[in-house]
Design a protein around this ligand. Structure first.
Ligand code: ATP
Ligand code: MG
Length: 363
């Protein structure tokens, strides 16, 4: 029995990029051999184990063969005669198909080192097309490594285009898409995720409403938001900002977007230039739509993102000041004056409108 470090840890070590988990492959062993050494089995469909002390994942070397349509149609073979090279051949990209033995030597049967040095995301074999989730993974790796100069190999892009065009993507569960998308949004170059998916028509196949709303200005703003370290919900909301509200709602529901991301995206897609707010009631409605009192960070996010999306918008400072002023209105003071029930609500509202007028909002 022999054990090798595989996958992301080998790739990131060679790249000098930080990594947070290590995956191992075990060659020449039966499940019983690992169970005898107190490994704990976690995989249902194939034997993956947790190391008794490090809790890192150890998988028996295996091959996978597609059988039938859909995501679950894989047959695994994890008999002890499966070689390391067999196991590496089922992996998505050459840079993910390298292993390191316990002497620190690299096993690289598919040219991963060369592609790593040349900054190329290239599929290992035509079996890539058996799992459409790999398209999203490639786009996510592009988002992670674009700043290092990584691009998708021409033949991989061609294969991804063909997969998108023949309807493969419809077999991916929406939850999986959201997981990949959200991970990609957190990466250094989230705009690259969208660019890769647009280039191979995957986004057209998955969410036809979205591509027309991902114009250059929107993608540049997503990139800027990442440069400014804005959080993933804001990056997502910016990516949705050129959709109309109805389309945004459809997209968020199809994507199974988290509540917080969908909430913010809907507000961004309703994004009205502040100059079109003609009276104090409309200013108050916008502030309340952002739940300015309870979720100040969302209004901050809107202001920061609008600065990117609409550089000529010159009333953002006023919006910020208005929110801060209204947050200082304390219901307790009105209650102390004897207001309650609907009357309290009316008095508070009148006070807010009065402050907005004083600030010169609704002109
Ligand atoms: P990360 O740094 O995001 O963890 P990773 O490359 O380690 O990146 P994992 O999802 O942890 O990605 O998977 C570990 C390895 O398993 C990958 O490097 C790849 O070799 C293989 N792998 C994972 N998912 C797939 C897939 N859908 N198709 C083919 N190979 C895959
Ligand atoms: Mg990993």
């Amino acid at each position: 029995m022999k054990t090798y470090l595989v996958g992301g840890a080998v790739r990131d070590k060679l790249l000098g990029y930080p990594f947070h988990e290590r995956d191992w492959v075990v060659v020449g062993a039966l499940p019983e051999d690992l169970l005898k050494q107190d490994f704990q089995q976690v995989g249902k469909d194939f034997p993956v184990f947790l190391h008794p002390s490090s809790k890192e994942e150890y998988a028996l070397a295996r091959t996978e063969r597609k059988s039938g349509a859909g995501y679950h149609g894989f047959v695994c073979d994890f008999s002890p005669n499966i070689t390391l090279e067999d196991d590496l051949s089922r992996r998505d990209l050459t840079i993910n198909a390298m292993a390191e033995d316990d002497n620190g030597d690299i096993i690289d049967p598919y040219g991963g080192m060369n592609d790593l040095n040349n900054h190329i995301l290239r599929h290992v074999s035509p079996a890539f097309s058996e799992d459409p989730l790999r398209i999203l993974r490639v786009a996510r790796f592009a988002a992670r490594y674009a700043h290092l100069g990584f691009t998708v190999a021409k033949e991989t892009k061609d294969l991804m285009c063909a997969m998108s065009d023949n309807g493969e993507l419809s077999t991916i569960a929406a939850e999986r898409i959201w997981v990949e998308l959200y991970k990609a949004l957190k990466e250094q170059s989230p705009a690259a995720f969208f660019t890769v998916l647009l280039d191979c028509r995957a986004l057209h196949a998955l969410f036809p409403l979205w591509p027309p709303a991902l114009n250059t200005a929107v993608l540049d703003s997503v990139a800027r938001a990442a440069d400014l370290n804005m959080d993933a919900d804001i990056r997502f909301a910016i990516a949705c900002s050129a959709l109309n509200v109805d389309h945004c709602k459809i997209l968020c529901s199809e994507l199974r977007a988290s509540n917080s991301a969908a909430w913010l995206a809907e507000r961004f897609s309703a994004n009205i230039p502040l100059s079109s707010l003609s009276n104090n009631e409309e200013w108050l409605a916008l502030l309340e739509a952002f739940d300015y009192a309870r979720r100040p960070q969302h209004l901050e996010a809107f202001i920061a993102a609008t600065t990117l999306l609409i550089p000529e918008e010159d009333r953002l400072g006023q919006l910020q000041l208005a929110a801060a002023t209204l947050r200082d209105i304390k219901p307790a003071e009105f209650i102390a004056q004897g207001f309650n029930g609907p009357e309290l609500g009316r008095a508070l509202r009148a006070e807010k409108i009065r402050h907005l007028a004083e600030l010169g909002c609704g002109v």
